[in-house]
Structure formats: C-alpha cells, structure tokens
Write a protein that binds this ligand. Sequence first.
Ligand SMILES: N[C@@H](CCC(=O)N[C@@H](CS)C(=O)NCC(=O)O)C(=O)O
Length: 222
Amino acid sequence: MGKIILYGFDISPPSRAVKLTLAALQLPYEYVIVNTFKKEQNSPEYLKKNPQHTVPTLEDDGRYISDSHAILAYLAKKYGKDSSLYPSDVFQSAIVDQRLHYDSSTLFTSIWFGITKPLVLAGKTQIEKAKIAELVEAYDLLETFLASNNYITGPDLTIADFSIITTISALMILLVPDSSKYPKLNAWLKRIQELPYYQEATGSGADELETVLKSTNFTIES
Ligand SMILES: N[C@@H](CCC(=O)N[C@@H](CS)C(=O)NCC(=O)O)C(=O)O
C-alpha cells in the first residue's frame, strides 16, 4: 500500500466525509490542512494537485483524486472490498451512486452555493425563504429514503451515509429536523454519530462551521 495523504479542512463537509471513510476502512494517512479561509487552495502547489481548487484532495501513492464523492468510491473500491461500504452488486452500487450524486448536485449545492458561500464569502446577511424550503424538501426526501432502512441506501452502512451526514450537519445549523416530523432521519443521525470513529474523524468541524455562520449575524426572510 502506498502512502495516503488527505488535503482537507475540517470545516468542509466533503473533507469530513473522506475522513469518515478513511476511519471506517482503518487506513493510516497523513492529514494536510488546506485553510480555504486563507485561500490556500489557490496556491500554485495545490493547483498542481487539484486545478479545481477545492478541498478535499486525496493523494495515494503519488497520484491525485479530487471531489469527495470520487474519493469515497475510490477508497471503498480499492481498500474496502470486504466491507459493505460500496457494494459489489451492480444494482446496489447504482443506488449508492444515486445518493452520492444527489448529495453532490442538490444537497451540498443548496447549503454551500445557496447559503454558506453568499453569507461567508459574499457578505450577504439574509437567507431567502426559498432556500429554507429547499432544506425542508431535503429532509422530506431523506425521511423517505430511510422509511424502511437503517441506512441511506438500505440495510447496510455505505459511503453515501458519510457523504450525506456531513452535508446534513451543515443544514442542521440553519434548520433542526423536528424529531416528530422526521423520526427516521433523527434515528439515522444518532446511529451514524454513534459509530466508534465518528467523533474523532469529524472533530469540531461542524461546530466551527456553526461559529462562522453565526458570526455573519444572518437573518431568515420572514
Ligand atoms: N463536490 C466537491 C465540493 C468541494 C468544495 O466545493 N469544497 C469547498 C469547501 S467545502 C472548497 O474547497 N471551496 C474553495 C474553492 O472553491 O475555492 C467535493 O465533494 O469535494
């Protein structure tokens, strides 16, 4: 096995999803912090690794992969053949892919491009009602995914759980999913957060994001 290096930032949900996957697979790695508030992702050295200037980026044996969803699938396929994290069954793996694409295209987009980036980087101070409606729609959908399953794709824990929980931890700063309206979602959150490696892998990233968001003194359109 070659040397694994993760370039990331704990405040970034996709970076935490990779840390969870590395922990679940019990893979040793070096963690290099790339502070996006200091724009370290735009340094010439980092751009050589990831021209898209995003965290996370994974280095495995001198080769680079960016985008957390690609990294999660790579790690699980390469190092987790005996785990359920990315099923070998073609249909089941397509369900995992669907959830990863949902996180990438919709969930993460709602919270990062729709809310966090405008508040933190563009000086906006109000969140429109429509943006909060997107969070409600997301909770409704996740409650449906979890209707008869303990995990987001079925009876087993997969990389989709890691991808979605770190994004949801950001959504929850703005809107707590009511336990009477979303019992399955709340039970799932607890189930994932109780994984033995969860706390260490995710660190204080979600709390730090909460502090940064609240420091903008944002209001929600009434
Ligand atoms: N789809 C990407 C999103 C990565 C992303 O947008 N990361 C943000 C932080 S959460 C970032 O690095 N932004 C800095 C930039 O775009 O310059 C993934 O899952 O890795």
